[in-house]
Design a protein around this ligand. Structure first.
Ligand code: CA
Ligand code: CA
Length: 276
Protein backbone atom coordinates (compact mmCIF):
# COMPACT_ATOMS: atom_id res chain seq x y z
CA UNK A 1 0.00 0.00 0.00
CA UNK A 2 2.94 2.32 0.60
CA UNK A 3 3.96 1.90 -3.00
CA UNK A 4 0.40 2.58 -4.11
CA UNK A 5 0.23 5.82 -2.12
CA UNK A 6 3.54 6.87 -3.63
CA UNK A 7 2.29 6.22 -7.16
CA UNK A 8 -0.87 8.16 -6.45
CA UNK A 9 1.04 11.19 -5.22
CA UNK A 10 3.40 10.90 -8.14
CA UNK A 11 0.59 10.82 -10.70
CA UNK A 12 -1.11 13.86 -9.19
CA UNK A 13 2.22 15.60 -8.99
CA UNK A 14 2.98 14.98 -12.68
CA UNK A 15 -0.49 16.17 -13.67
CA UNK A 16 -0.16 19.32 -11.60
CA UNK A 17 3.30 19.97 -12.99
CA UNK A 18 2.05 19.60 -16.56
CA UNK A 19 -0.88 21.91 -15.86
CA UNK A 20 1.45 24.46 -14.29
CA UNK A 21 3.88 24.24 -17.20
CA UNK A 22 1.07 24.68 -19.70
CA UNK A 23 -0.31 27.63 -17.77
CA UNK A 24 3.14 29.21 -17.76
CA UNK A 25 3.50 28.73 -21.52
CA UNK A 26 0.01 30.11 -22.13
CA UNK A 27 0.69 33.08 -19.86
CA UNK A 28 3.86 33.80 -21.81
CA UNK A 29 2.10 33.39 -25.16
CA UNK A 30 -0.95 35.45 -24.18
CA UNK A 31 0.80 38.01 -22.09
CA UNK A 32 4.18 38.17 -23.84
CA UNK A 33 4.13 41.37 -25.86
CA UNK A 34 0.79 42.47 -24.42
CA UNK A 35 1.52 42.09 -20.74
CA UNK A 36 4.85 43.88 -21.02
CA UNK A 37 3.02 47.04 -22.11
CA UNK A 38 6.09 49.06 -21.26
CA UNK A 39 6.89 51.86 -23.64
CA UNK A 40 9.97 54.07 -23.71
CA UNK A 41 9.65 57.73 -24.61
CA UNK A 42 11.86 60.67 -25.62
CA UNK A 43 10.36 64.17 -25.56
CA UNK A 44 11.76 67.55 -26.57
CA UNK A 45 9.68 70.44 -25.31
CA UNK A 46 9.49 74.03 -24.18
CA UNK A 47 6.59 76.17 -22.98
CA UNK A 48 6.07 79.88 -22.40
CA UNK A 49 5.93 79.87 -19.44
CA UNK A 50 5.56 76.65 -17.36
CA UNK A 51 4.90 72.95 -17.91
CA UNK A 52 5.07 69.52 -16.30
CA UNK A 53 4.81 66.13 -18.02
CA UNK A 54 2.88 63.18 -16.56
CA UNK A 55 1.76 59.78 -17.77
CA UNK A 56 -1.30 58.03 -16.36
CA UNK A 57 -4.73 56.61 -17.07
CA UNK A 58 -7.70 58.63 -18.36
CA UNK A 59 -8.30 59.97 -14.83
CA UNK A 60 -4.59 60.34 -14.00
CA UNK A 61 -5.25 58.04 -11.05
CA UNK A 62 -1.59 57.19 -10.48
CA UNK A 63 0.59 59.87 -12.10
CA UNK A 64 4.09 59.16 -13.35
CA UNK A 65 5.99 62.46 -13.24
CA UNK A 66 8.56 62.97 -16.01
CA UNK A 67 9.79 66.55 -15.57
CA UNK A 68 8.98 70.23 -15.94
CA UNK A 69 10.45 73.67 -16.58
CA UNK A 70 9.67 77.37 -16.48
CA UNK A 71 12.08 78.91 -19.02
CA UNK A 72 10.87 79.10 -22.63
CA UNK A 73 14.36 79.89 -23.94
CA UNK A 74 15.54 76.35 -23.17
CA UNK A 75 14.41 73.15 -24.89
CA UNK A 76 14.36 70.20 -22.48
CA UNK A 77 14.71 66.62 -23.72
CA UNK A 78 13.21 64.09 -21.30
CA UNK A 79 13.39 60.32 -21.40
CA UNK A 80 11.31 57.79 -19.51
CA UNK A 81 11.07 54.00 -19.72
CA UNK A 82 8.47 51.42 -18.79
CA UNK A 83 5.34 53.52 -19.30
CA UNK A 84 2.15 51.48 -19.76
CA UNK A 85 1.12 51.53 -23.43
CA UNK A 86 -2.40 52.44 -22.35
CA UNK A 87 -1.21 55.50 -20.42
CA UNK A 88 -2.21 58.96 -21.60
CA UNK A 89 0.41 61.71 -21.95
CA UNK A 90 -0.43 64.89 -20.02
CA UNK A 91 1.21 68.32 -20.23
CA UNK A 92 -0.32 70.79 -17.75
CA UNK A 93 0.76 74.38 -18.46
CA UNK A 94 0.42 77.91 -17.12
CA UNK A 95 1.75 81.32 -18.12
CA UNK A 96 2.57 84.73 -16.66
CA UNK A 97 -0.40 86.16 -18.64
CA UNK A 98 2.19 88.47 -20.21
CA UNK A 99 3.81 89.13 -23.61
CA UNK A 100 3.03 85.69 -25.12
CA UNK A 101 2.32 82.06 -24.23
CA UNK A 102 2.56 78.81 -26.12
CA UNK A 103 3.64 75.16 -26.11
CA UNK A 104 5.85 73.43 -28.69
CA UNK A 105 7.55 70.03 -28.76
CA UNK A 106 8.20 66.64 -30.30
CA UNK A 107 7.22 63.35 -28.64
CA UNK A 108 8.64 59.96 -29.63
CA UNK A 109 7.36 56.61 -28.46
CA UNK A 110 10.63 54.70 -28.98
CA UNK A 111 8.90 51.35 -28.47
CA UNK A 112 6.18 51.70 -31.10
CA UNK A 113 7.98 54.22 -33.33
CA UNK A 114 5.03 56.62 -33.04
CA UNK A 115 6.39 60.18 -33.27
CA UNK A 116 4.27 63.32 -33.23
CA UNK A 117 4.72 67.05 -32.80
CA UNK A 118 2.52 69.70 -31.28
CA UNK A 119 -0.05 70.80 -33.88
CA UNK A 120 -3.66 71.88 -34.25
CA UNK A 121 -3.90 70.34 -37.74
CA UNK A 122 -6.66 67.87 -38.54
CA UNK A 123 -5.60 64.48 -37.21
CA UNK A 124 -3.36 65.90 -34.50
CA UNK A 125 -3.59 63.72 -31.39
CA UNK A 126 -3.51 66.72 -29.05
CA UNK A 127 -6.47 67.81 -26.95
CA UNK A 128 -6.70 70.37 -24.18
CA UNK A 129 -8.80 71.03 -21.09
CA UNK A 130 -9.06 74.75 -20.20
CA UNK A 131 -9.42 74.31 -16.45
CA UNK A 132 -9.90 78.08 -15.98
CA UNK A 133 -13.31 77.77 -17.63
CA UNK A 134 -14.48 75.44 -14.85
CA UNK A 135 -12.78 76.82 -11.74
CA UNK A 136 -15.96 77.01 -9.64
CA UNK A 137 -16.72 73.33 -10.29
CA UNK A 138 -13.11 72.34 -9.71
CA UNK A 139 -13.02 74.40 -6.48
CA UNK A 140 -16.00 72.41 -5.21
CA UNK A 141 -13.98 69.22 -5.73
CA UNK A 142 -10.63 70.61 -4.56
CA UNK A 143 -10.69 73.79 -2.40
CA UNK A 144 -7.00 74.45 -3.19
CA UNK A 145 -8.15 75.42 -6.72
CA UNK A 146 -9.39 79.03 -6.63
CA UNK A 147 -13.06 79.41 -7.62
CA UNK A 148 -12.50 82.71 -9.43
CA UNK A 149 -9.30 83.33 -11.43
CA UNK A 150 -6.19 81.20 -11.76
CA UNK A 151 -3.21 83.35 -10.66
CA UNK A 152 -0.43 84.24 -13.10
CA UNK A 153 2.85 82.30 -13.05
CA UNK A 154 1.36 79.45 -11.01
CA UNK A 155 1.68 75.84 -12.10
CA UNK A 156 -1.01 73.49 -10.76
CA UNK A 157 0.09 70.85 -8.26
CA UNK A 158 -0.14 67.19 -9.24
CA UNK A 159 -3.29 66.87 -7.11
CA UNK A 160 -4.89 69.86 -8.83
CA UNK A 161 -4.03 68.38 -12.24
CA UNK A 162 -5.58 65.05 -11.17
CA UNK A 163 -8.77 66.85 -10.15
CA UNK A 164 -8.88 68.68 -13.49
CA UNK A 165 -8.19 65.57 -15.58
CA UNK A 166 -10.82 63.48 -13.78
CA UNK A 167 -13.39 66.27 -14.13
CA UNK A 168 -12.61 66.81 -17.84
CA UNK A 169 -12.78 63.10 -18.65
CA UNK A 170 -15.92 62.44 -16.62
CA UNK A 171 -17.72 65.36 -18.27
CA UNK A 172 -16.29 65.01 -21.79
CA UNK A 173 -14.60 68.43 -21.76
CA UNK A 174 -11.44 67.76 -23.79
CA UNK A 175 -11.35 70.08 -26.84
CA UNK A 176 -9.11 70.67 -29.85
CA UNK A 177 -6.03 72.87 -29.45
CA UNK A 178 -5.49 76.21 -31.21
CA UNK A 179 -2.66 77.79 -33.17
CA UNK A 180 -2.17 80.59 -35.69
CA UNK A 181 -0.96 80.79 -39.28
CA UNK A 182 2.82 80.61 -39.71
CA UNK A 183 3.54 79.48 -36.16
CA UNK A 184 5.55 76.34 -36.85
CA UNK A 185 9.09 76.17 -35.51
CA UNK A 186 10.30 76.41 -39.13
CA UNK A 187 8.52 79.76 -39.43
CA UNK A 188 10.74 81.08 -36.62
CA UNK A 189 7.74 83.03 -35.27
CA UNK A 190 7.89 86.03 -32.93
CA UNK A 191 8.60 86.35 -30.11
CA UNK A 192 10.29 82.98 -29.75
CA UNK A 193 12.18 82.40 -33.01
CA UNK A 194 13.26 78.85 -33.90
CA UNK A 195 13.60 76.66 -30.82
CA UNK A 196 16.58 74.26 -30.84
CA UNK A 197 16.14 70.45 -30.84
CA UNK A 198 12.53 70.70 -32.06
CA UNK A 199 11.56 69.85 -35.68
CA UNK A 200 10.55 72.61 -38.11
CA UNK A 201 7.14 70.92 -38.48
CA UNK A 202 6.26 71.34 -34.80
CA UNK A 203 3.66 74.03 -34.28
CA UNK A 204 3.13 76.32 -31.31
CA UNK A 205 -0.24 75.50 -29.73
CA UNK A 206 -2.37 76.85 -26.89
CA UNK A 207 -6.05 77.22 -26.07
CA UNK A 208 -7.95 80.23 -27.46
CA UNK A 209 -10.53 81.41 -24.92
CA UNK A 210 -11.76 84.08 -27.33
CA UNK A 211 -11.28 86.56 -24.51
CA UNK A 212 -7.81 87.89 -25.27
CA UNK A 213 -7.53 90.14 -28.35
CA UNK A 214 -4.56 89.78 -30.67
CA UNK A 215 -1.89 92.48 -30.48
CA UNK A 216 1.76 92.23 -31.36
CA UNK A 217 1.06 88.49 -31.77
CA UNK A 218 -2.00 86.64 -33.07
CA UNK A 219 -4.45 84.83 -30.81
CA UNK A 220 -3.95 82.62 -28.87
CA UNK A 221 -0.35 83.71 -28.44
CA UNK A 222 -0.84 87.39 -27.51
CA UNK A 223 -0.11 87.59 -23.77
CA UNK A 224 -3.09 87.01 -21.51
CA UNK A 225 -5.06 84.42 -19.58
CA UNK A 226 -6.76 81.92 -21.91
CA UNK A 227 -8.68 80.05 -19.21
CA UNK A 228 -5.57 78.79 -17.44
CA UNK A 229 -4.40 76.52 -16.25
CA UNK A 230 -4.44 74.29 -19.32
CA UNK A 231 -3.96 70.53 -19.43
CA UNK A 232 -2.87 69.16 -22.81
CA UNK A 233 -3.16 65.42 -23.41
CA UNK A 234 -2.65 62.65 -25.97
CA UNK A 235 -4.57 59.38 -25.61
CA UNK A 236 -2.73 56.15 -24.84
CA UNK A 237 -3.08 52.90 -26.72
CA UNK A 238 -6.52 51.31 -26.56
CA UNK A 239 -7.27 48.89 -23.73
CA UNK A 240 -6.56 45.31 -24.95
CA UNK A 241 -9.55 43.69 -26.68
CA UNK A 242 -11.63 40.99 -24.96
CA UNK A 243 -9.92 38.44 -27.27
CA UNK A 244 -7.25 38.22 -24.58
CA UNK A 245 -9.91 37.08 -22.12
CA UNK A 246 -11.17 34.50 -24.64
CA UNK A 247 -7.63 33.15 -25.05
CA UNK A 248 -7.23 33.06 -21.29
CA UNK A 249 -10.51 31.13 -20.95
CA UNK A 250 -9.26 28.64 -23.58
CA UNK A 251 -6.09 28.27 -21.55
CA UNK A 252 -8.09 27.48 -18.43
CA UNK A 253 -10.16 24.88 -20.35
CA UNK A 254 -6.98 23.21 -21.68
CA UNK A 255 -5.50 23.18 -18.16
CA UNK A 256 -8.75 21.65 -16.91
CA UNK A 257 -8.37 18.84 -19.47
CA UNK A 258 -4.79 18.21 -18.33
CA UNK A 259 -5.85 18.12 -14.68
CA UNK A 260 -8.72 15.78 -15.58
CA UNK A 261 -6.20 13.61 -17.44
CA UNK A 262 -4.05 13.50 -14.32
CA UNK A 263 -7.13 12.40 -12.40
CA UNK A 264 -7.71 9.52 -14.84
CA UNK A 265 -4.13 8.36 -14.46
CA UNK A 266 -4.50 8.65 -10.71
CA UNK A 267 -7.53 6.34 -10.75
CA UNK A 268 -5.74 3.83 -13.00
CA UNK A 269 -2.72 3.85 -10.71
CA UNK A 270 -4.97 3.35 -7.74
CA UNK A 271 -6.84 0.42 -9.25
CA UNK A 272 -3.56 -1.21 -10.28
CA UNK A 273 -2.09 -0.82 -6.82
CA UNK A 274 -5.25 -2.16 -5.24
CA UNK A 275 -4.69 -5.52 -6.81
CA UNK A 276 -4.19 -8.10 -4.19
CA1 CA B 1 12.21 75.28 -21.32
CA1 CA C 1 4.48 84.66 -21.26
Amino acid sequence: MRIAASHWRSAVHVGALRAFALLTVLATMIGGPGATLADNWSMSITVDNYYDIYFGDQFLTTPTFVGGDGDWTTTETWGITGVAATDFLYVPTASDHFVAQGFIGEFKNLTTGYTFVTSDNLGSPWEVFPAGQYLAALNALDPTIPAGVWPASTQPTVTQVQTAVAYATTNGLWVATDSAASYTNGDSPLPWGARPSIPASAEWIWHDSGGVPSGAYPSPFQGGNHNEFLVFRVEGAAIPEPTTLVLLSCGIVVCGIVVAGAGTRRQRTRSLSNRP
